[in-house]
Write a new protein. Structure first.
Length: 256
């Protein structure tokens, strides 16, 4: 893979600090929980540029009030480590065909940074620390969390508590296929419901999956919520009211 544009291995995350200084509220006893959403970024410095610009390097307490409590990113980023075999350099360096000596040098640099900030040279091997080019390391080192958008909203809504007292969980997507089974909302809900022993069904426009594949994915059934052709086109949004109108009868009448 050939990169175009600035080299991410020499780019700095310092500009992010300037944005945070402008956007984040001043630290106070009443400061509400704050969320930063980031995915593709042009740096791979482990968040060092940002931390240094905020005065966090060497004394993590000084500028921690400017850091968000939560980093929201993609599922792939949440699973990404900063260093080691699953780290940024290992994965992206091999894709780029980077010289092994250069890969070792860059990974060691990130290991040294992990040892300096959290005080643990192995801190970068934890999933999520490589998120947003390593910003995940800084946020997690100061007690924040790295999560996905859907998981954050589910936690905010206390979905686990709701699911544990439910008789049935209803999820859905426009078209159910092997690809959509792996989408985050469906897979997260089936996992949470499975842990609680609650059945899950999906409402969808179309599905071509046999019952066996649905069961293997954690779904008891996939049910259409409208006649073929009676749904908006790919570019048309379904309103919440319409979705509720079609889904509620399914949830009320479904049985084993």
């Amino acid at each position: 893979m050939t990169r175009t544009g600035p080299d991410p291995w020499t780019a700095s995350s310092a500009p992010l600090a300037g944005c945070l200084k402008q956007l984040m509220p001043a630290q106070s006893a009443s400061r509400r929980s704050t969320v930063l959403e980031l995915a593709g970024v042009p740096w791979r410095d482990g968040g060092r540029g940002m931390a240094t610009a905020l005065g966090l390097a060497g004394s993590p307490g000084n500028g921690s009030g400017l850091l968000p409590d939560t980093l929201v990113t993609t599922r792939e980023e949440v699973e990404r480590a900063l260093t080691g075999l699953r780290g940024l350099v290992s994965l992206e360096g091999r894709e780029e065909g980077m010289d092994p000596a250069r890969m070792l040098e860059l990974d060691q640099r990130l290991c040294d940074w992990a040892a300096e900030l959290p005080g643990d040279p192995d801190a970068g091997t934890v999933s999520g620390t490589g998120a947003a080019g390593g910003v995940g390391l800084v946020i997690s080192a100061l007690g924040g969390q790295i999560t996905t958008g859907s998981r954050y909203l589910l936690d905010l809504a206390e979905a686990e508590t709701t699911i544990s007292s439910a008789d049935l969980v209803v999820t859905g997507c426009r078209d159910l296929s092997m690809m959509s089974l792996d989408q985050e909302v469906v897979s997260t809900l089936t996992m949470m419901a499975g842990q609680a022993g609650v059945p899950v069904i999906a409402v969808t426009r179309t599905t071509v999956l046999p019952a066996r594949q649905l069961r293997e994915s954690g779904l008891e059934a996939a049910l259409p919520i409208g006649p073929e052709g009676d749904f908006p086109g790919p570019d048309d949004a379904v309103t919440a009211a319409e979705l509720t109108r079609r889904t509620v009868p399914v949830a009320r009448t479904w049985h084993w």
